[in-house]
Design a protein. Structure first.
Length: 234
């Protein structure tokens, strides 16, 4: 189903105030074969910077903490970007953004895995027994691990064959778990910062996630009212 409203001719109606030629140009650029390679390269940029910083001793007084924190930050950023695709398509008419959503989602999982590996290696010395014992002891680690595990089936079913195998409805239902993942990720960040009583960044991410999920809830309620209003009287 398209994210834009559809008129009587079956065409997607553009948001008020948009200029069709600008929308067409944006969609044409997004459909260019170079769009995905450019996004892929840009998404690897944070990792390249962290690797360079680690080898150049440019990550500050506590490199381990810097790596753990940075990979967690980029996980949240990519998660927000992934959730922002659908509202942006609705608001701008840039329907071709949809082809980039899967890659953004996979990079969210990628940086989430790096975040966990940095914790497991730099904080726990890759001691599996200590890691397993530590997870339930610290709520923020438990919640973060739960968020990562929720992303695992989403990443594993991100290819077209999974949609055919599961069926479109079941695939969509499964991938709605990203909403719970977003909530758990923000909660993980909140509890992690609670020890330092530093909630400024937490508030920013919480506000962004609230807007992105709230928009979906409002749209869902609006569609429900439209369906009930269109139903014939019994």
């Amino acid at each position: 189903m398209s994210d834009g409203s559809v008129n009587a001719l079956g065409r997607v109606a553009l948001p008020p105030g948009t200029r069709p030629w600008r929308v067409a140009t944006a969609n044409r650029l997004l459909m260019h074969r170079a769009a995905k390679p450019l996004l892929f390269t840009a998404a690897l940029g944070p990792l390249a910077w962290l690797v360079w910083g680690a080898f150049a001793d440019a990550l500050g007084a506590n490199p381990a903490e810097a790596l753990i924190r940075a990979t967690g930050d980029w996980t949240l950023r990519f998660l927000c970007l992934t959730l922002a695709i659908t509202p942006l398509r609705q608001w701008t008419g840039w329907q071709a953004l949809a082809r980039l959503r899967r890659m953004l989602g996979l990079f969210t999982f990628f940086y989430g895995v790096l975040h966990f590996l940095c914790f497991a290696w730099l904080d726990m010395g890759l001691n599996l027994q200590d890691i397993v014992r530590d997870i339930p002891k610290r709520p923020f680690i438990l919640v973060g691990t739960a968020a990562l595990l929720l992303m695992l089936p989403l990443a594993a079913t991100s290819f077209n064959g999974a949609i055919r195998w599961l069926g479109a409805k079941r695939w969509q239902a499964l991938h709605r778990a990203v909403y719970m993942t977003a909530g758990l990720a923000v909660l993980h960040f909140f509890w992690m910062r609670a020890g330092k009583n530093d909630f400024a960044e937490v508030g920013i991410y919480a506000a962004i996630v609230t807007v992105l999920l709230g928009w979906r809830l409002v749209r869902r309620l609006h569609r429900g009212r439209e369906v009930r209003g269109a139903a014939p009287a019994g």
